[in-house]
Design a protein around this ligand. Structure first.
Ligand code: RB5
Length: 146
């Protein structure tokens, strides 16, 4: 949904793909805030994940995108935050079902894993798929009780 505000971040290992995805989404008309990093200089991914996760958890931004080498470190960090449901995706099917069934609010992927065009397709599907609610809502609410 174009009305949703998106925050995007990466470490050095996801920097190039982050620039491409940011520009792609802005050109589509999304409001995208880029929290960095802004170069290929090494930076610790937990710090970037924290900045994005906090701003999604507080509803300042509706969705977040995190890119590192694999997407794994970013997703582990983001999922430490209450109300964050982060998915690491290397395929469009997982992106779709993570929205329909799990109501994911942060998408992670890896610059060393997915190419630019697959990453764009993953973003398109993830951003345009709605949570199905119903029986899935009960299960998503159970996550917070774990
Ligand atoms: C950085 O080398 C790399 O470890 C990081 O980008 C990420 O892939 C961690 O999960």
């Amino acid at each position: 949904m174009l009305s949703e505000k998106i925050i995007i971040g990466s470490d050095h290992a996801g920097f190039c793909l982050k620039q491409q995805i940011r520009d792609y989404l802005i050109n589509k008309g999304y409001v995208v805030f880029d929290i960095g990093t802004n170069s290929a200089e090494p930076v610790d991914y937990p710090l970037i994940a924290k900045s994005v996760a906090e701003k999604v958890a507080s509803s300042e931004y509706q969705k977040g995108i995190l890119i590192c080498g694999t997407g794994v470190g970013m997703s582990i960090c983001a999922n430490r935050f209450k109300n964050i449901r982060a998915v690491v995706c290397s395929d469009t099917t997982s992106a779709k079902f993570s929205r329909e069934h799990n109501n994911t609010n942060i998408l992670c992927f890896g610059q060393r894993i997915v190419g630019e065009y697959l990453a764009k397709d993953i973003c398109d599907i993830w951003l345009n798929t709605q949570f199905k609610g119903d029986r899935h809502l009960k299960r998503v609410l159970m996550i917070d009780d774990l």
